[in-house]
Ligand binder design. Structure first.
Ligand code: PMT
Length: 219
């Protein structure tokens, strides 16, 4: 095979969950392990790209040749990503970002009471939408995690968020989050491809190849 089209290109990737604090010891999060996004970072580095991985809390090791920036909350992931997006050729949003955060997290540990407590939530900024809306936006691949109507909802997110491509995965019933294997329906304006089911590492290699081809064609 010839030289990779992604050689020396700059790729920015988000991965993992975010943690939204409730008080000093508690948080709201989700089941993302970071595996999909970390595998994409590893595959991009293998293809010769300069890779920065903005990682929510994950126990996974940093892939070889990847620069890792650790964050906790969606707001931290948003600013860490936006400040690096202008320098990127490609942005991949594989993180499972919390749509909401607790409006006013307590600074200490909240005491147990007899009455059931309530939490006031407020929306988080949409990282991938904000990157795609930048004047000099990188080529942007988003993800969609759906339990039903996969293609329909993914198509909606592709359009609503102004993305170049979207990779949709079915979640629930032992698919998508946390597990090793995944299947992706990749959609762009005018086409699509099914990748997998296969282990996330292989899937990431196939996705990076497809992404390189589309980025190259769009230049
Ligand atoms: O980490 P693993 O355990 O390996 O699991 C992988 C995964 C299932 C988490 C991954 O493949 C995946 O689908 N990630 C996106 C999950 C998700 O949050 O999807 P969504 O449909 O809620 O969001 C759509 C897109 O908008 C995603 O690209 C997401 O990163 C992005 N987003 C969402 C909200 C927000 N505030 N900012 C964002 O950038």
């Amino acid at each position: 095979s010839g030289p990779s089209v992604l050689a020396n290109r700059t790729i920015l990737i988000t991965a993992g969950p975010t943690r939204e604090p409730i008080d000093a010891v508690r948080f709201i999060a989700n089941r993302s392990s970071g595996r999909m996004g970390f595998a994409i970072a590893a595959a991009a580095a293998m293809a010769g790209a300069r890779v920065t991985l903005i990682a929510g809390p994950s126990a996974l090791p940093t892939p070889a040749g990847v620069t890792r920036v650790d964050v906790q909350t969606a707001l931290e992931m948003h600013s860490a990503t936006l400040s690096r997006a202008e320098a990127a050729d490609i942005f991949v949003a594989a993180a499972a970002v919390a749509d909401y955060r607790v409006a006013e997290p307590a600074t200490g540990k909240v005491k147990k009471t007899d009455a059931p407590p309530s939490l006031q939530l407020t929306p988080n900024p949409d990282i991938v939408r904000d990157v795609a809306a930048m004047p000099d936006a990188p080529f942007t691949l988003g993800f969609a995690a759906e339990t039903d109507d996969l293609i329909h909802h993914a198509q909606g997110k592709l359009n609503a968020k102004g993305l170049d491509m979207i990779a949709a995965n079915r979640v629930g019933d032992g698919l998508g989050f946390e597990v090793d294997d995944n299947q992706l329906e990749v959609i762009w304006n005018g086409g699509g491809a099914t990748l997998g089911p296969m282990p996330k590492r292989q899937l990431a290699t196939a996705l990076i190849k497809l992404l390189g081809e589309h980025w190259h064609a769009a230049r």
